[in-house]
Write a protein that binds this ligand. Sequence first.
Ligand SMILES: [Zn+2]
Length: 160
Amino acid sequence: MPSVKQKSLEIEISPCDGGNELKLSGEINEDLIVDELVGYKAGVVKVDFENVKMINSCGVREWIKLMEALANQGSKVEYYNCPQIVVQQVNMVTGFVPEGGSVVTFYAPYFCDECENEEKVLLVTSELDGREAPERKCGECGAESEIDAMEDVYLNFIPE
Ligand SMILES: [Zn+2]
């Protein structure tokens, strides 16, 4: 499997249905080199953010350039396994998700009042009822666990 190793970010590229999957590990910062990642991936581009540990404002700027380049070559971008730090960028930064792109799955923080258990729960955007976080049972004690964020802020990226 080809892999692009940059200073702060490693990108594993593997073919998927209709395009390619990019699995990111590391940090999205000023070291991101956009040119190494465009040109050969028209079609679907699935981006897996599971192992992204940090993202800063310079990284966001470079990332938007990459997304614009992919959108311009006609790629359809899908985001998977977005951790909280990525969801925040999706909500705050116009263009972080390119035109026509979408967030397919993402993590939300949940907290149980009963036993104070904190969990990162993977949610599927298409399964949500608008900007409403689903109820779930605490993985530790089974009591009702609630999203530990302002719902309409955290889920702001979801169309109403
Ligand atoms: Zn609990």
